[in-house]
Design a protein around this ligand. Structure first.
Ligand code: GLN
Length: 486
């Protein structure tokens, strides 16, 4: 897959192009292509040009880093001071936060140029980005199909070269699954590896900010820049990852112990199974040791996820009352009616469904039967994953049981939509890191993704493994031409 960040950075440093010119190129690509893909829901072009001018100063005075002057985008649930951030929900219509998320302030300090906010499922609830109040983003690989979700706009923007990279959030697969559907790379870091300060909460014990990019190297470069402990996020962890992007390519996979859990392959599309089998064979041919394992508790991951995520969402979304943020109805008789109308008119159906489910599983009559049981099962899943990583360095699995759905599939069956999250949610439940990399196209020409999963804080191992695959295997997913491509 094509590396974008380091070559662009080199061009900027060689003065072959200025950051302002590069930013203008991306802006004109967005102006012409966003109509086709609906990847961006708001743009910050004037600010981007100002930031590009600042980046050009950094390039001139020797304070530039590899990310200085490179245009990128944030998902519409990551706050940046003064810019629309709406979670693609009517209830946050017009909301402009007055502070920067930690990830954005880190990138801004390095001279990154943010082009705007990208489309997503409302409050990150969904797997197609179709619950967005701005309408769904369309998959650049085939516009009759969804980008996946919930970080679908970011995946579409990166795939179509409307941003060099994107930050998204992943609560149950929302970075990895759209990366897989659009044929790009997506990293969900270890819970706590990247600060969540300024990420609008969905399920706080599962939410994690991560990276969508064109290549493993680009992904590592951005992860290096955004990871680290943060006093504004008490769940962030002080762990020294070193500089992962510089260290890539130094290791091969000889002796790497790769676990394959057979339960991961139950009910998945046979083309996807064959593609993953081919990738596993590639690792085996290159000296990795393949270990068959069993993970029976995987079957419980979906109900555990939907109970815990909805419970946390029902609490997190209690703050949208028409008083503090965004949307408020025009007429009401008293405060109670105002809150009721705000939430009735402001939230979409999927969000309401999850708030109701979450409230139900937390109610005193059902707490023990559902929420408490889900928390206990979560402990079992964590213990099983710990056990696996005592014998395996990484696990390999499909990213999703299917390739990109045709448009409107989620309207027909919300439950089928939930079931399609089976491969990604265990990673959030257990807090471990995972990366999705493209391997090949299916017979419809839609990309298939593979997940490489590691133990907590093993980002270097999974990025190294993914990099080895990207550099040495035959990847059957083409780089996308168009947009602001190099
Ligand atoms: N598809 C999952 C859901 O609908 C994951 C969403 C996410 O990771 N934000 O909840």
């Amino acid at each position: 897959m094509r590396e974008i960040i380091a070559p662009l950075s080199q061009m900027l440093k060689n003065r072959e192009v200025s950051s302002k010119e590069l930013t203008e190129k991306y802006i004109s690509a967005i102006k012409s292509d966003n109509k086709k893909y609906n990847a961006y829901v708001s743009t910050t072009f004037d600010k981007a040009i100002k930031n590009a001018e600042k980046a050009d100063e950094m390039l001139a005075n020797g304070t530039a880093t590899v990310l200085t002057g490179i245009p990128m985008t944030l998902k519409d649930n990551i706050c940046s001071d003064g810019d629309l951030t709406t979670c693609c929900s009517k209830i946050l219509e017009g909301f402009r936060p007055y502070y920067d998320s930690t990830v954005w302030s880190k990138l801004k300090a390095q001279g990154a140029v943010m082009l705007g906010k990208t489309n997503m499922d409302e409050f990150a609830m969904g797997s197609t980005s179709e619950t967005s109040c701005y309408g769904a983003p369309l998959n650049p690989r085939n516009v009759n199909h969804v980008t996946g979700g919930s970080s679908g706009g970011g995946a579409g923007a990166v795939c179509a070269n409307l941003a060099a990279y994107a930050l998204g959030s992943d609560t149950g697969g929302s970075i990895r699954q759209p990366a897989s559907f659009c044929g790009i790379v997506g990293l969900k870091p270890t819970y706590g590896a990247v600060s969540r300060y300024g990420l609008i909460a969905y399920g706080s014990s599962l939410d994690q900010i991560g990276v969508l990019a064109n290549s493993v190297k680009d992904t590592a470069t951005v992860f290096d820049a955004i990871s680290g402990v943060d006093s504004n996020d008490q769940t962030s962890v002080d762990f020294d990852f070193g500089n992962i992007s510089d260290s890539l390519g130094k290791n091969d996979v000889k002796g790497l112990k790769i676990g394959i859990a057979r339960e991961y392959f139950d009910g998945i599309d046979s083309e996807i199974k064959d593609a993953i089998d081919g990738a596993v064979k590639f690792f085996e041919d290159n000296g990795a040791e393949i270990i068959d394992i069993s993970l029976p508790v995987l079957k419980q991951a979906l109900p555990v996820y939907y109970i815990i995520a909805c419970a946390e969402a029902s609490s997190n979304l209690g703050r949208y009352d028409g008083i503090r943020y965004g949307y408020r109805p025009e007429t009401f008789n008293d405060v109670e009616e105002m809150i009721l109308k705000t939430r009735t008119e402001g939230f979409g159906n999927e969000v309401k469904r999850r708030i109701m489910l979450g409230t139900y599983v937390l109610s005193s009559g059902y707490y023990d039967a559902y929420y408490k049981k889900a928390c206990l099962l979560r402990e079992n899943l964590i213990a099983d994953f710990d056990e696996i990583f005592n014998t395996c360095d990484v696990l390999i699995a499909p990213t999703a049981p299917n390739t990109a759905f045709p448009l409107n599939f989620s309207d027909a069956s919300p439950v089928d939509m939930y079931l399609s999250d089976i491969a990604t949610v265990p990673i959030n439940i257990t807090g471990v890191p995972a990366i999705s990399v493209p391997i090949k196209n299916d017979s419809k020409g839609l990309p298939i993704g593979m997940q490489i999963i590691g133990k907590k804080f093993s980002e270097k191992t999974i990025l190294d493994t993914a990099y080895f695959y990207e550099k040495n295997a035959e990847i059957g997913v083409e780089d996308f031409e168009g947009g602001a491509a190099l």
